[in-house]
Design a protein around this ligand. Structure first.
Ligand code: SF4
Ligand code: SF4
Length: 204
């Protein structure tokens, strides 16, 4: 029990990626790649497409499916078991038990796999840093639902993501519904706080 708590507290939401990578230990058994694939983000497409010598469009069409988590869009690499929800990643070389795009593999494969040392905490870190979006009320609402039945790491509670309790309540009650609503809310309160500072300065 104590061991598990240590693993969950070794990483917080703000732990830099390089520190998370340093904690991660993988024995390269290949099980994760033979059971499921990984997420890829839009800004990772070019380097993978270049490595494969194809266009980004062809990479999307032939190798990826559109995906979404906590209202954030990403792609997932196709698996080779098309009839089943899980199966080997199409980039997994089964014979050599290695990733065929290893040198350009996605961040998710370098950091976010839940099997490794500190696995659960690492997986939550990845979700918080790559999928949960404080600027998107729907993402926050979905994270709120997730937290009702899952643990999180330090910095991953709702109050850490949205410290303004009034704003959080408005997001959860759908009063702040969209990204645009949230931008308007922030703009309004930043103007108020600016005018309060200006009036304090004038009184001095
Ligand atoms: S992340 Fe885990 S399952 Fe995947 S290769 Fe490494 S040790 Fe094996
Ligand atoms: S891209 Fe490579 S490392 Fe990532 S899941 Fe596929 S085979 Fe594994």
């Amino acid at each position: 029990m104590i061991k598990k708590e240590n693993k969950m507290t070794a990483i917080s939401r703000k732990t830099p990626a390089e520190n998370v990578i340093a904690l991660v230990k993988c024995n390269k058994c290949g099980k994760c790649c033979s059971l499921d694939s990984c997420y890829i983000f839009e800004d990772e497409l070019k380097r993978i497409a270049d490595f494969l010598g194809i266009t980004e469009e062809k990479l999307k069409k032939k190798c990826l499916v559109e995906s979404e988590k906590f209202n954030t869009k990403a792609f997932k690499v196709k698996t080779v078991s098309f009839s089943k929800p899980f199966g080997p990643c199409m980039f997994f070389n089964k014979r050599k038990k290695e990733c065929s795009i290893h040198s350009v593999k996605p961040t998710h494969c370098r950091i976010g796999n839940p099997c490794m040392n500190h696995g659960e905490a690492v997986s939550i870190w990845f979700t918080l840093n790559y999928f949960v979006n404080e600027k998107d009320p729907e993402s926050i609402r979905q994270w709120n639902l997730y937290l009702k039945s899952h643990p999180t790491i330090q910095g991953g509670e709702l109050k850490d993501l949205i410290p303004d309790a009034k704003k959080l309540q408005k997001i959860l009650s759908y009063e702040i519904l969209t990204i645009q609503d949230l931008e308007k809310y922030d703009e309004y309160y930043s103007k108020i706080s600016k005018s309060k500072i200006q009036s304090k300065i004038q009184k001095k």
